[in-house]
Ligand binder design. Structure first.
Ligand code: GLN
Length: 250
């Protein structure tokens, strides 16, 4: 009788311990902090939509970083122009969207270490003879840029250009295809990507200044900024970064 009683007790204790451990596990899972990541999914190969999911170099990179620093991530997409304001309004924790480090942006936000070096390129419709061979040929021409992109700064410095600003890269590309523009200026990788996908478009390589991409954080998030920079360093050292470069840039 006594033996039977202790057996029941033992199994009850075991059950309680199991429930306790199980709930600890759930608790631990819930405790993984969540990082709200903002991007604009019209910037292949850095970020673009594939079967309704945001994929690309930046997305893989931030996944790898999140794994190292122990965060789950939730990706939110919006127009490029809205990303930094949303970050400042605390609707996002970080932004990764091929964002170029500029002195103007540095006044409002912090940047991680650089993870990619890019430049601006001219895309033209090759079925139209515009005579554009470089930025020098821009005066008097209709040139499209996307609102808030660094291309706007580059083109705005050239006098006499009729700049047309679009809400997204897709819109600017459509206008160029529809011959409403003489050229558009966008970052080198998306420029190559869009022209590879559109037979009527071609890229003109011109000497524009180099631009550095970095992850953007709200000012004062020094602890997580340091973690991100350390993780970036780890990924560059362990070969993962090179693997992603090979995957997205042929
Ligand atoms: N690199 C450019 C910028 O920061 C464009 C970025 C983007 O379109 N995602 O303005």
């Amino acid at each position: 009788m006594k033996k039977r009683f202790s057996k029941i007790l033992l199994s009850k204790i075991l059950l309680l311990v199991t429930i306790f451990l199980f709930s600890l596990n759930i608790f631990a899972k819930n405790k993984t902090p969540l990082l709200y990541v903002g991007t604009e999914a019209e910037f292949a190969p850095f970020e673009y939509l594939e079967n309704g999911k945001v994929v690309g170099f930046d997305m893989d990179l931030i996944d790898e970083i999140a794994k190292i620093i122990g965060y789950d991530i939730k990706v939110e997409t919006m127009k490029f122009d809205g990303l930094l304001p949303a970050l400042q309004a605390k609707k996002l924790d970080i932004v990764i969207a091929g964002v170029t480090v500029t002195d103007e942006r540095k006044k409002f936000v912090d940047f991680s270490d650089t993870y990619y070096v890019s430049e601006q390129m001219i895309v033209v419709n090759k079925t139209v003879d515009t005579g554009i061979k470089s930025f020098k040929d821009f005066p008097g021409k209709d040139v499209g840029v996307v609102l808030g992109y660094t291309a706007d700064l580059v083109v705005s410095e050239i006098e006499g250009v009729n700049i047309k600003r679009y809400n997204g890269t897709g819109e600017a590309i459509m206008a160029l295809k529809a011959k409403k523009l003489d050229a558009i200026v966008i970052d080198s990788e998306p420029a190559k990507n869009y022209s590879a996908q559109n037979d009527d478009l071609t890229v003109i390589e011109s000497d524009s200044a180099k631009e550095e991409y970095a992850i953007v954080l709200r000012k004062g998030q020094d602890e997580i900024l340091k973690k991100i920079n350390d993780a970036l360093k780890t990924l560059k050292e362990n070969g993962k970064y090179d693997e992603l470069i090979k995957k997205y840039f042929k």
